[in-house]
Design a protein around this ligand. Structure first.
Ligand SMILES: CC(C)(COP(=O)(O)OP(=O)(O)OC[C@H]1O[C@@H](n2cnc3c(N)ncnc32)[C@H](O)[C@@H]1OP(=O)(O)O)[C@@H](O)C(=O)NCCC(=O)NCCS
Length: 191
């Protein structure tokens, strides 16, 4: 993989860019403080904006490391910040393998934004960074996230049984989807 870090990605309706501390307040309001957003992710909702600020401060510093891929997602037309998408773990990067994570504010769901952003990130990681495989996982109850992965060109890989609990303590399977470089090269025109 060729590591170039987090650079801007533009899609039809969205700008994916580096986040800054100045984004914290809108992020807190739009998704970081929401029970519904944090239900199926591995972080707890933020109880105050200071938590978001501290997190964004540490994330801003991380950009110095060019193996950091984390974007805040902005609607170009309105400049609203709607969520984040990132390479969620660096564990597999030495093998050219990228694990993607994302979350979006509730009021923006159902507009195809998550799919549009994921497609943009997949294109970036294959075409600019020469990644070999991109994968993403969701809790089995989080069907919408599985749809986003499928619509972005990933295919279903399998299930890890009862592997994890959601934020309410309910056990869930983990469902995995991926796309390889070869698959991307075949599909790229259609995505
Ligand atoms: C999951 C999430 C990313 C989806 O974002 P989004 O912007 O609404 O996604 P899109 O609009 O691109 O696509 C959503 C798809 O899921 C479908 N969907 C929504 N709710 C669904 C449900 N309960 N069951 C099945 N499909 C569902 C939508 O109909 C749409 O598919 P379609 O275009 O075929 O109709 C968003 O809800 C979110 O951020 N949730 C909280 C954080 C999270 O779960 N992150 C992912 C962790 S793996």
């Amino acid at each position: 993989m060729r590591h170039i870090g987090t650079k801007n990605i533009e899609t039809e309706r969205l700008l994916l860019r580096r986040l800054t501390c100045d984004d914290a307040l809108m992020a807190y309001k739009n998704w970081c403080s929401s029970d519904n957003v944090s239900k199926y992710v591995m972080w707890k909702k933020h109880n105050n904006v200071e938590t978001t600020k501290k997190l964004f401060e540490s994330w801003e510093k991380e950009y110095e490391d060019l193996t950091t891929y984390r974007w805040i997602v902005e609607i170009k037309k309105t400049k609203e910040l709607i969520g984040t998408i990132d390479v969620a773990s660096k564990k597999f990067l030495p093998y050219g393998t990228c694990e993607i994570g994302y979350c979006y504010g509730e009021k923006y769901w159902g507009n195809g934004y998550a799919t549009e952003a994921l497609k943009g990130v997949i294109k970036y990681l294959f075409e600019q960074c020469d990644a070999d495989v991109i994968f993403a996982e969701h809790l089995s109850d989080n069907k919408a996230s599985g749809r986003v992965m499928l619509k972005s060109g990933m295919t279903y890989e399998g299930v890890l049984k009862s592997r994890i609990e959601d934020s309410l303590g309910k056990r869930n399977d983990i469902v995995s989807y991926s796309i390889t470089k070869d698959e991307y090269n075949i599909k790229a025109g259609e995505l």
